[in-house]
Write a protein that binds this ligand. Structure first.
Ligand code: AHM
Ligand code: MG
Length: 338
């Protein structure tokens, strides 16, 4: 029997470009560069203590969070890989105060790249899955140069989004607006190979992901939703729920893309002035688009995340995403309270 031919990420992107015209040449090359950067971050992650990459760096990021060495390494890898390719006008990262404009010694491109270089930082030193999340926008062409305001586009404007998870396997998950495809890193060949296409999230689930230790700080609709899940078969939902919380959004969202579920990091009253913990541009928007492309839904409780108009680069947001019927239920509970 003839062995089935492996489809590399490169071939997949070329075919998307040819068949559907979904990916302009520049965007295709940009995605190749991002994938290459993820490959080298994956290598650094794999080396762990042997590569001297674990532990804390002596710095804080713009949000006042202590940076891990790998946060900084991953950020540098992404910047260095992308700055000279000619596909980008600028980049923005969870780990940098302001935007990084491609220096004018390099050719300028028309895209804007945003990333959380190393998501799930609290898991780096304990050998639990972490990842890189990315989102691509087109630079508005009515303005000369590039400024922060160019990045402040709603998630509906994304032209590509994805993440790479560094777990038992290194897996890249991608959308260019034509469904969600998954590629597994073949370490011997050094290339990403297509392992699943047209990923679909079941509309119903019996599994939720939330940091339960924050329950006393939530608002009423969130408490109600979780109380009802916890009440199980005897409660209003009439079924038992299971809970998972990895504390790496990439890993929790990956599980939801593979088998369904609902992920929540809602607003809470520990820091009431903040809309949530997670960041709209680097985490919520790319993940929401992937989830919607897989038939799921994503809301902040009141509005579809992808339609939120960002007002600043490091904006935070309340996040509820995954299986469609659960997200609709959460939205309904929020609307009833309002
Ligand atoms: P990070 O980008 O600094 O790693 O923070 C984001 C992470 C998410 O991956 C995860 O869902 C969440 O923070 C976990 O938060 P907590 O430790 O409060 O449960
Ligand atoms: Mg993060």
């Amino acid at each position: 029997m003839a062995q089935q031919q492996k489809i590399s990420l490169t071939r997949y992107l070329v075919e998307q470009q040819r068949a559907d015209g979904l990916i302009p040449g520049q965007l295709r090359l940009l995605l190749e560069v991002v994938a290459r950067a993820c490959k080298s971050i994956s290598q650094a992650v794999n080396k762990g203590a042997l590569g001297g990459v674990l532990g804390t760096a002596e710095s804080e990021n713009v949000q006042g969070e202590i940076q891990k060495k790998l946060d900084i390494i991953a950020n540098e890898v992404l910047i260095e890989a992308n700055e000279w390719g000619g596909h980008l006008a600028a980049m923005a990262s969870e780990e940098m105060d302001s935007i990084y404009v491609v220096p004018n010694r390099y050719p300028q491109g028309e895209y804007l790249l945003m990333f959380d270089p190393l998501d799930g930082s609290s898991n780096i030193d304990v050998n639990v899955s972490i990842g890189t999340i990315f989102s691509v926008l087109k630079k508005p062409d009515d303005t000369p140069g590039v400024q922060e305001a160019d990045f402040l586009q709603p998630g509906t404007q994304q032209v590509a989004a994805g993440y790479c998870i560094y777990g038992p396997q290194t897996t890249l998950v991608l959308t260019v607006g034509n469904g969600v495809a998954m590629f597994t890193l073949d370490r011997e060949q050094g290339s990403f190979v297509l392992t699943q296409e047209d990923i679909q999230i079941p509309a119903d689930t019996k599994e939720f992901a939330v940091n339960m230790s924050n329950m006393r700080h939530w608002d009423e609709p969130m408490k109600r939703y979780i109380d009802e899940c916890l009440a199980g078969k005897e409660g209003p939902r009439g079924k038992d729920f299971n809970m998972r919380w990895i504390a790496s959004m990439v890993a929790d969202v990956h599980r939801i893309l593979m088998r369904g579920g609902v992920f929540m990091y809602p607003w809470d009253k520990r820091e009431p002035e903040k809309a949530g913990k997670l960041r709209l541009m680097y985490e919520a928007n790319p993940m929401s688009w992937l989830v919607e492309q897989a038939g799921g839904a994503a809301t902040n409780g009141k509005q579809r995340i992808l339609e939120l108009q960002p007002t600043k680069l490091h904006e935070r947001v309340s996040v509820m995403l995954g299986s469609r019927n659960e997200v609709e239920r959460l939205t309904k509970y929020h609307a009833e309270k309002a």
